[in-house]
Write a protein that binds this ligand. Structure first.
Ligand code: MG
Length: 338
């Protein structure tokens, strides 16, 4: 295979604020793998929250270039096993290469990735649209600008219930809330019936990632299901979440790509947990990789590319929450400038 790096600076339509900070730009590294005249794409973003810069993404990718360029792609799962010892500490880079390998394999076979996995695209969940933390007026304005059947509302302010009460005046859409670790166990349990009465579907990551004792209490007493995000990053975390969360939210960049994500989904199912896949602020390259998993999911948050004003790729189409899976080979992505 040949490896190519395509760095981009993604621009957000609106500043995006969560409990940890705010941003308007997102550096992103798209990688491509080519073999026999076909090219597959994957993506890793540089995220200071996880200590990733464009420089160290580039350095890591260059460190495995020789290995990649002397390897012929057969099964993406074998390629993942080959890379893992070199990229164990770098799931973002592993993710980009794994997504590209799945895309390339699909193109070599002339089939969409989800078809190669034997999945039926007819029953897939709607994706939510995320509303970042802002003044209540701004949050209402954002919601009204994009009518959507499900919104994920970022919380972690000193007036979280007031936000949801106000937003509820303006829409009948389903709400999901994501506290990004900002709440206490008591606060979560106390808020849960009030949020449920406001047609909130679930609470994502209320507590600090390591507060397992607190989560056990919330799991037993919350009126709403709780979904692990920061507490469920890599494969061994799935078993830890059992009986602490009702569902897990898998992010491809945190777990290392589609290959481990499929194993995490299978394990969560075995343990009786529901499954969501979420996204980062990323382009249609990463979003189209997520789309391949849709038939396996209960919930999905794949609005990352919709939040951008300069998506560098064409990929999966999303309209008012509905995701359109196509018969395009691989993940169906193409770069606009390529
Ligand atoms: Mg989250």
């Amino acid at each position: 295979m040949q490896l190519q790096l395509h760095p981009f600076q993604l621009q957000l339509r609106d500043a995006f604020r969560i409990a940890h900070g705010s941003r308007t730009e997102q550096p992103s590294m798209v990688v491509s793998l080519s073999q026999n005249g076909h090219t597959g794409y994957g993506e890793a973003t540089a995220t200071t929250y996880y200590g990733r810069t464009m420089e160290n993404l580039t350095e890591k990718l260059e460190s495995v270039r020789a290995l990649i360029e002397t390897t012929e792609l057969k099964q993406p799962e074998d390629f993942w096993d080959l890379l893992y010892p070199h990229l164990e500490d770098d799931p973002f880079v592993l993710c980009a290469l794994d997504e590209a390998a799945h895309d390339l394999r699909g193109r070599l076979q002339g089939k969409p990735v989800y078809r190669l996995w034997g999945l039926n695209p007819e029953k897939i969940p709607l994706t939510n649209y995320t509303i970042g933390i802002a003044s209540i007026d701004e949050m209402v304005a954002k919601m009204n600008r994009l009518p959507w059947p499900i919104y994920k509302i970022k919380l972690g302010t000193d007036h979280d219930l007031e936000i949801i009460e106000n937003l509820r005046q303006h829409t009948d859409a389903i709400f999901r809330v994501d506290a990004n670790t900002a709440w206490t166990p008591e606060q979560t349990v106390e808020l849960s019936p009030k949020l449920k009465a406001l047609n909130v579907e679930f609470i994502e990551q209320p507590l600090l990632a390591e507060d397992w004792e607190g989560m056990r209490y919330v799991y037993q007493h919350s009126a709403l299901p709780v979904v692990a995000d920061e507490s469920c990053q890599r494969e061994p975390d799935v078993a830890r979440c059992h009986q602490h969360f009702h569902a897990i939210n898998i992010k491809l960049m945190k777990c290392g790509g589609l290959t481990p994500a499929r194993r995490m989904i299978a394990e969560a199912r075995k343990l009786g947990m529901e499954v969501m896949v979420g996204c980062m602020t990323e382009s249609s390259v990463g979003i189209s990789a997520i789309a391949q998993l849709l038939p396996l999911l209960d919930y999905v948050d794949m609005d990352g590319a919709l939040l951008l004003s300069n998506d560098p790729a064409n990929g999966v189409k999303i309209e008012a929450g509905k995701v359109f899976l196509t018969e395009d080979a691989g993940t169906g992505v193409s770069l606009k400038n390529g």
